[in-house]
Structure formats: structure tokens, C-alpha cells
Design a protein around this ligand. Structure first.
Ligand code: ZN
Ligand code: ZN
Length: 332
């Protein structure tokens, strides 16, 4: 069985420019119902020296990471030790990514469309990616209240374009958490799908699930998605082998809208909320999200390469995306 573990995947401490210590941050994280964080200080992993003790004291899993902070963009690394980046020029990002992969880590483009110079030098992604196969994930939701942040709109569009081109890149949410405070309740979380035999404290298991796209990003409930076709079930990040199933056989999709360990938010899957199935073919289906489980029958896999589920509804009176999943893929 898959369990959905709420993580905050982009954080800072005074080892770079954060204002809360790792202990203070993890204490707050525990209060907020999070079960894990990734520590991604700018250009250093020195904050990890406290990680084991803090994790023991707070029960919060800590994934080792770093935010490569360069003049041409910010790149998150997870699951790798410190990898040298200072000798790399603007044309060398492929070499840098390979270094992280060699160490068993994954890379994600942080806030690709944040304002760059002179507001925030290097915050806007300027590197040219020659081979998108190299990129493991994109931080499609950035900061608190990510659904209504302007710079996330082109990030979501670019991720969707890449999926349409056949790349399998995961999408994450990252608050870029520098200090705790009154915006704590406005953060989205990345829910990482782990098997009940896997521990959230295992960086390896978490990194693998992120790479595979077993992820739901949410400001509220978790969307548990299961596609049933040809007598088999497929989950987020899975690939349906079309050769093995009859493409004329309609598939059945179920979406469970579940509460998580995170304390209730003032918005959720209440009346007026809508589930939308989005794909490379555009919108496939739209159903009311009232109730716990929604079934979408007779989904055709013809021409489909990927689809994801999105939950729309009001957040503080604005119609916005409350949650969305990573895709289920179809192999053609
Ligand atoms: Zn950054
Ligand atoms: Zn950051």
C-alpha cells in the first residue's frame, strides 16, 4: 500500500540565508504536520551536521540536499553529498548534473521563472539544457500560496510542454522556507508516495519516489489516483504498457480525495470544487469533487501519452488549483 508523506523540499537555515536553525525549523515542521524536509542551503551542506540529532528529537526526516546558487540559475540537488560546482561555466550545466547523478543524487530546477537580475541575481534559470532527460524534476510550485504566484504560471506551462514532448520530469512544490511565521499555514506540500515497507527517513526511498513521480502537490487534500485497465492497476509515476492492454478497452480511473496528517486547511474538496483530468490531448474529463472518491469510467487511452489530475476550488475566495498530481504515463 502507498502512503502519502508530506514533505517540504526546499529549505534554508543560517548555514546560508535562513533565519531559523534546523532544530527550530523541524520543530515547526512537526507542528504543521509535516513528516519530512529536504535541507537545501545555498552552496553548502554544512547544516547537515546536526541532521541526525534534530531528526531524532523532532521525528522529522531530513533529506540531504543543496541549492546550487549560481549567476545563471538555481538548481536543487537531493540525495547527494556536496558536489563541486565552482569550476563550471554557463555552458557546463550538463557536466554539473552528471556529477550529482554519479553520486546517486537527483537534480531539480528551482523556481525557473523567478525574477532575475537586478531583483535577484541568478534566480531566473538561464542555462541551456541540451538534454532534458538529464533533469529529474522541476520546482513548478514555488513559495507560499503557489497557485496564485505569477512566476509559477510559465513553470507549469514549461513542465506540461516537456511532458508533451515525451520527457518524464517530476514536478515538486518548494516553499523556499527561510523563516517560520504567519505564512506557515499558506504553504503547499509535496506528498511523496512511499510503500508501507519504506521509511520516510530513508533518503534513498524518498529520492527514488521523487524521481519516479510518485508525487501529489497540494494546499489541502491529497489526491490518490489509481488507473485500472486490462486487469491491472497503475499509480502515479507508473507507465501503462499499451502493447499489453487492449487500447480499445476503456480504463477506469479512481481519485480518492483524502485528508492528510496536515491539520485541516480552510479550503478543501467541498462543494464547488472540481476535478479535472489534464493530458497531452488537453482536458479529458471534469467532474465534481464533492465526496471522498470519484470514479471516472470509460477513459480512452487512444493517443494518450500522459495525464494528471487537478483539483480546482476556492482559496480565500479565488478560484485556483488546490492540488495536482504528477502524471501516469502511457507507453506507445
Ligand atoms: Zn533559489
Ligand atoms: Zn532557496
Amino acid at each position: 500500500m502507498t502512503e502519502w508523506i508530506p514533505f517540504e523540499l526546499h529549505t534554508h537555515t543560517p548555514h546560508s540565508d535562513g533565519r531559523h536553525t534546523l532544530l527550530e525549523m523541524c520543530q515547526t515542521a512537526a507542528r504543521l504536520g509535516l513528516q519530512g524536509i529536504a535541507l537545501t542551503d545555498h552552496n553548502t551542506v554544512s547544516g547537515l551536521i546536526d541532521a541526525e540529532a534534530v531528526s531524532q528529537e523532532t521525528g522529522i526526516a531530513i533529506i540531504p540536499g543543496m541549492e546550487w546558487t549560481t549567476f545563471y540559475g538555481h538548481m536543487l540537488t537531493l540525495g547527494a553529498p556536496y558536489c563541486e560546482w565552482r569550476d563550471l561555466g554557463q555552458g557546463d550545466i550538463a557536466k554539473g548534473i552528471a556529477r550529482v547523478h554519479e553520486q546517486g543524487g537527483i537534480v531539480g530546477i528551482a523556481h525557473p521563472y523567478s525574477m532575475g537580475s537586478p531583483i535577484c541575481t541568478g534566480c531566473h534559470w538561464e542555462y541551456t539544457i541540451e538534454d532534458w532527460e538529464q533533469v529529474d524534476y522541476m520546482e513548478v510550485w514555488h513559495e507560499t500560496m503557489p497557485p496564485i504566484k505569477n512566476h509559477n504560471v510559465p513553470a507549469l506551462r514549461q513542465w506540461t510542454d516537456l511532458l508533451n514532448q515525451g520527457y518524464r520530469i517530476s514536478a515538486t512544490s518548494g516553499r523556499d522556507w527561510h523563516h517560520s511565521g504567519d505564512r506557515d499555514a499558506l504553504a503547499a506540500y509535496t506528498y511523496v508516495g512511499l510503500e508501507d515497507t519504506e521509511s520516510p527517513a530513508s533518503s534513498q526511498a524518498v529520492v527514488k519516489a521523487i524521481r519516479q513521480g510518485r508525487l501529489c502537490l497540494s494546499m489541502g487534500p491529497v489526491l490518490e489516483v489509481s488507473l485500472r485497465v486490462g486487469g491491472k492497476s497503475y499509480r502515479l509515476g507508473d507507465e501503462v504498457p499499451l502493447q499489453e492492454v487492449n487500447s480499445n478497452e476503456p480504463a477506469q480511473l479512481s481519485v480518492n480525495i483524502t485528508r492528510s496528517s496536515v491539520p485541516e486547511r480552510p479550503w478543501g474538496a467541498d462543494e464547488g470544487c472540481m476535478l479535472i483530468i489534464t493530458s497531452n490531448l488537453g482536458e479529458l474529463s471534469r467532474v465534481s469533487a464533492a465526496g471522498r472518491t470519484q470514479w471516472i469510467e470509460g477513459l480512452s487511452l487512444e493517443g494518450l501519452r500522459w495525464f494528471r489530475v487537478e483539483l480546482f476550488g476556492p482559496i480565500h475566495g479565488l478560484l485556483a488549483t488546490i492540488a495536482f498530481t504528477n502524471p501516469i504515463y502511457v507507453e506507445i
